[in-house]
Design a protein around this ligand. Structure first.
Ligand code: C5P
Length: 254
């Protein structure tokens, strides 16, 4: 994998930013699996159905860089969702360690603070480094949980506070829920990349760990650049069909 390929992938997406009219640029399928074998089984079932895969902690800790390289060899863009949250020096080292591996996007936690984000942004200026996204408030958290960790604001105002901090630190993208994406888009402008997880098919009940959820169409209509979808696709009886339905929903909302 050469660096040019990685950069082209990022730039294509950056140009389309929040404005690509191709639904395939807007969908990221979360490969939350315990092994490379299980993940690649799903990748094969989704061939031709998507362009982006997210490798999170579960898969990365089990399979390491090799799974990213394999996805790149198959022509996919990779979002490495490690949600880094540590002292600035350690996060800098972590960004350097994944530079050149082939991920186009990498997450850090905005809650790590401005100095941590600035340090990460500095490390991500090196050739071959992924573009950074700052995770604001996890989509699994509601206001009761926020209060329990000492955050006495609404989820929306906490997300906006962290979004502004991330912007001040030089981070070009954010992860937030569909509930606050419209406010973040209005506050941050058209260029910032807003990635929204917690996507559930319209009419689906709750029942899992996600709390601040919306349908794909709602999230796109409110200003999301890209959607992260895991279980609604990966656990579907027919994952390719589930992906096609979400792509159709996205297309309808663009
Ligand atoms: O299965 P589901 O669609 O809930 O998967 C959502 C994915 O997005 C998971 O991999 C989760 O780690 C990730 N994510 C999230 N909320 C955030 C950031 C990432 O759900 N704020």
């Amino acid at each position: 994998m050469d660096d040019t390929t990685i950069r082209i992938g990022v730039q294509t997406d950056r140009q389309s930013g929040s404005g690509s009219l191709d639904p395939m640029d807007r969908l990221i399928v979360a490969l939350d699996f315990p092994s490379a074998n299980a993940a690649m089984g799903l990748v094969e079932r989704l061939e031709g159905s998507c362009r982006w895969f997210k490798v999170g902690m579960e898969l990365y800790y089990a399979a390491g860089n090799r799974v990213i390289e394999e996805l790149r060899e198959r022509g996919y863009e990779v979002f490495l969702d490690l949600k880094l949250h540590d002292i600035p020096n350690t996060v800098t080292g972590a960004v350097r360690s994944v530079t050149g591996v082939g991920a186009s996007l990498l997450t850090i936690h905005a809650g790590g603070g401005e100095r941590m984000m600035r340090a990460a942004a500095q490390a991500a200026r090196e050739p071959g480094a992924p573009n950074l996204l700052a995770v604001t408030v996890l989509t699994s958290m509601d206001e009761v949980e926020l209060r329990a960790i000492g955050v006495n604001e609404t989820a929306s105002s906490q997300v906006l506070r962290l979004a502004r901090l991330a912007q001040a630190a030089g981070i070009g993208g954010l992860v937030c829920s569909a509930e606050e994406v419209a406010a973040v888009r209005a506050a941050m402008g058209p260029e910032v990349r807003l990635v929204v997880p917690g996507i559930r098919p319209a009419g689906a009940g709750g029942g899992d760990d996600q709390r601040r959820v919306a349908s794909a169409a709602e999230a796109i209509a409110r200003g999301a650049s890209m959607l992260v979808v895991g279980r609604p696709i990966t656990q579907a009886a027919d994952p390719a069909r589930a992906a096609a339905e979400i792509l159709a929903e996205i297309a309808g909302a663009l």
